[in-house]
Design a protein around this ligand. Sequence first.
Ligand code: ADP
Ligand code: MG
Length: 579
Amino acid sequence: MLRPEFWVSRQVPSGNDRHSLNLRRLWKLTVLIMSVVAIGPLLVVTGADYKVTQESIESEILLRTSRIVSNTKRSVQFSLVERMSALDFIVQDNSYEELSDCDRLTSILERLQKSFKGFVDLGVIDSDGRQACYVGPYELAGVNYLDQEWFRNVVDQGMHISDVFSGFRRVPHLVIAARHEVPGGGFYVLRTSLEADFFNQLLSGLELSGDGDAFIVNRQGILQTSSRRHGAILDRIELGMPRASNTTVVNETLGPHGEQLIVGYSYIPETPFVLMIVKQKPVLMQAWRTTRRQLLFFLAISITGILVATLGVTTYLVDRIYWADLRRVATLHRIEYTNKMASLGRLGAGVAHEINNPLAIINEKAGLIKDLFTFTDHYANDAKLMAIVNSILSSVERCSTITRRLLGFARSAEVESSPVDLKSTIKEVLGFMGKEAEYRSINVTMEIDDLLPPIQTNRGKLQQILLNLVNNAFAAVKDGGAIAFSASQNDQQSVTITVSDNGCGMTKHELKRIFEPFFTTKAQAGGTGLGLSITYSLVQELGGSISVDSEPEQGTTFTITLPLHGTPKEAPADAGLTR
Ligand code: ADP
Ligand code: MG
């Protein structure tokens, strides 16, 4: 349905410079070039925009994660260092004897707890691991720590922060301990514990986007705080431990269940702790997905628009070219046809004149011979001779009918407008087809109003019109078919002439196109497709109109209406082209 007409157009019968354009190729090339030129840059720009936006969103996410990790790391580190300094200060400020005094130790703990959150207890342990003095909520006085890891570490290093562990009290906590040399040899250890919840309080205030989870692990990957997604305190995290680094690092990784994660971490120096913040990348990219959908939607709409416009405009333009070209070629043909008819007329007239003279002489001499014979008795009764002379005379008569007809054609081609008797004109046209009708036993009938007045028109053109229609009718009917003419007066102004046949008829589709130049279904049989196109313009030139009625396999009727008194119009340039 959408296929433009030039697409199915036949290559018009060639000749020099008749129809050199390959419209299909032109159409394809134009559509291709216009679409590429319009869509190409659009794709490039959209692609670039897509990439830039995605990258900037991603780097923004990484940057924000990195910032929050390093800030949090600083505050965790600061809290621990603060507490270590407090412990160090106590050790520096008191002698072993003073600290071994449990009442004094109690008041020190009270003051500590007032200034710093998280301190649970205090203990003084002598060099063989025995707890000399303990203040705090647990029953730990006299416990021996010699085998505990943290004790060995503090003896080695002087100052120590332990991992979170359950220890003797069966509650997760961590230990900060400081060793102090006693003047005169030996040492003792001052030890305090922080409840593990101390970390949770540090982390709970964080506002994390992307369903984020902040927690602290030790270097073996054991959770030091509880975590929302990665297990309870003292569980091992499923995520692998990140590579050790002095700086804050943010990575994209896949979680244990294949989910996309953004993992930021920082090793907290001088402690066994690693701060980790884990965010869900898909949640963070939610906004990007919306933007992306809009971008792609915009792209799809634009491409559709460009394609529709390109196809529409190209089809329209090429269609216009097609029709313009058709008109040009049709005009060329009409001029050629008119010239041909004119030369034919002149030729006919010349021949007729040339033949008329000898014919007149033959006629005259034969008449003379006949007269001479009639006077001489000897010949007058010779029936055989008489018959020969008569046959010469009648042949001459027939010849002059033909020459007269030829002359008539030639003359009528010249005369612009004259009173024309329809009946004799139709007869004359049929005269050319008489023999064929006889061979093919086609029944030609005429039904012409006897009172029909002569019509004022161009006789030559009318003859051509009728000849074209009769030709088509003869081509359409089978042997033994019927062709009928009728003519009648409508009113004071016009007459109607019909030419009908009971031949092959036409489909609706053909019917729409028969007046187009070069439309023919008889290409094999030498049809040019010009007959009806020329007929159409001739009828217009005579100021009349032509219409057609046809049913496939039923027959066809052409109806011509002509003005009675002749008001010839200017010939329209695009005869037969309905656009
Ligand atoms: P041509 O006769 O060279 O094919 P025309 O312009 O005279 O060109 O006719 C165009 C086409 O119209 C024909 O090919 C034929 O298909 C159709 N046509 C014209 N007259 C008739 C008719 N009387 N019956 C059936 N088809 C016809
Ligand atoms: Mg024809």
